[in-house]
Design a protein around this ligand. Structure first.
Ligand SMILES: NC(=O)c1ccc[n+]([C@@H]2O[C@H](COP(=O)([O-])OP(=O)(O)OC[C@H]3O[C@@H](n4cnc5c(N)ncnc54)[C@H](O)[C@@H]3O)[C@@H](O)[C@H]2O)c1
Length: 392
């Protein structure tokens, strides 16, 4: 299945790490460490192989991706030997990155995005294209009557108005071009009733939001432990220090608020109540793509005895995110191929703020994902659903 991955924010850290990683996997230069679709329970012949993936994308920045890859290598995010081993492959991806179209009317911007997507699909004779949003986090938009239903949105766009935030304009363009959509960011993306309607009309699936790669990943494992032992979490506070482009963008208060809200949601959903405390994000230029999260949890046990735990997480954000971007693109393309449309809540495992009403605890999300992949396998091959695979 020849599958296009169209990256919105194609010159950013997560996008370039995903591209270098996929090219290196295809060339057999690295192990698929961090790619969960390579675990025995999720490996599936229905998913497109790394050799079937073709990359393109949009970005507002002009930095060539090979320069970005070299900068990531210097920062220790990826091995420099991969950048020198893949010059032609990186040049081919560079040829497929387009500037973000500009026009006075948002409808014209969207039409130009659609044209970029369809010409990419035609040029490479792709079976399908997945649009993946890995661009800078946006502030939440003000409510607009055009967001509530598709007819209202189309009417507003026809007047020449700018109705949608950029992430939602990309989702609109993706659905219109018959592409599925993955939102790896906390931005609005497809989370508007008007766009849910469009996805159903065009019979395309979408998923999101906000990749779960660090502090929230640890929270989604620890919170069920407190819940299952009936320990009362009194406060849970965290500080996240990060640099890089994402860190600089999140220094902006509105984008910071969108991200912090997304990171705290797991606690209420998993514990059944919201403990005191909050999550802070601070920009530290010097640490680049390496994030430090420090969390303090206070809780009570039997007879109200007060206890506490702390953890510190030092993660390389892009190295944690990139394999998940590849997993999500392969899974979403297969969901599209097997006739699924609308929100894919089954992929909640990957997200801080997943679509749908699924569980927020990581083990439950994992079980849901395993069952989903078995179902995709069966649908793709026309066979009965295979039994679960033992992990190991
Ligand atoms: N790295 C992680 O672990 C992780 C986890 C969850 C979510 N995310 C999200 O992924 C996104 C990307 O992170 P990153 O570290 O690669 O950031 P980055 O700043 O390195 O890259 C973002 C890219 O988006 C581009 N961009 C900005 N506005 C755009 C627009 N309107 N259209 C097209 N491109 C645009 C920028 O020029 C830049 O190249 C962020 O929103 C981040 O919050 C990252």
């Amino acid at each position: 299945m020849r599958t296009g991955i169209w990256l919105v924010g194609a010159r950013g850290s997560v996008a370039v790490t995903s591209v270098v990683g996929a090219l290196a996997l295809r060339a057999g230069l690295v192990e698929p460490t961090g790619c969960v679709t390579e675990l025995p329970a999720l490996r599936s012949p229905a998913l497109p192989g790394y050799a079937d993936l073709v990359f393109g994308g949009h970005d507002i920045a002009p930095t060539p991706i090979v320069k970005k890859a070299e900068a990531l290598a210097t920062a220790g995010v990826l091995p420099a030997r991969l950048v020198t081993a893949l010059p032609d492959e990186l040049a081919s991806v560079e040829d497929e990155i387009r500037p973000v179209p500009a026009a006075a009317r948002q409808a014209d911007v969207i039409a130009a995005l659609v044209a970029d997507l369809t010409s990419f699909r035609d040029r490479h004779r792709l079976d399908r294209v997945v649009v993946v949003n890995v661009s800078a986090t946006e502030p939440a938009p003000a409510p607009h009557p055009g967001h509530t239903d598709l007819a209202a949105l189309e009417q507003e766009l026809a007047t020449g108005a700018t109705v949608l935030p950029p992430s939602s304009a990309y989702a609109y363009a993706a659905f219109t071009a018959g592409c599925s959509f993955v939102d790896f960011t906390p931005s609005t993306g497809a989370r508007l009733p008007a766009l849910a309607e469009l996805a159903q009309r065009e019979r395309v699936p979408y998923t999101g939001h906000d990749g779960k790669t660090g502090e929230t990943l640890v929270k989604s494992v620890l919170a069920p432990m407190f819940a299952l032992r009936n320990l009362k979490v009194r406060t849970w506070s965290g500080v996240n220090l990060l640099g890089g482009g994402d860190g600089a963008n999140l220094a902006e208060p509105a984008a910071n608020a969108a991200k912090a809200a997304s990171k705290q949601r797991v606690l209420g959903e998993t514990l059944g109540y919201v403990p005191e405390g909050n999550t802070r994000i601070e920009y530290v230029d010097d640490i680049g793509d390496f994030k430090t999260a420090w969390d303090l949890i206070t809780f009570s046990g039997f007879l109200g005895t007060a206890m506490r735990m702390e953890f510190t997480w030092h993660g390389c954000d892009s190295a944690l995110a990139a394999p998940l971007v590849l997993d999500l693109a392969r899974l979403t393309a297969t969901a599209h191929r097997t006739g699924r449309s609308g929100p894919l809540g089954e992929l909640a495992f990957f997200f801080k703020d997943p679509l749908g009403a699924g569980p927020h605890s990581l083990p439950e999300q994992w079980a849901t994902l395993c069952a989903f992949v078995r179902q995709l396998d069966a649908d793709a091959s026309g066979a009965a659903v295979p039994p679960p695979v033992e992990q190991g």
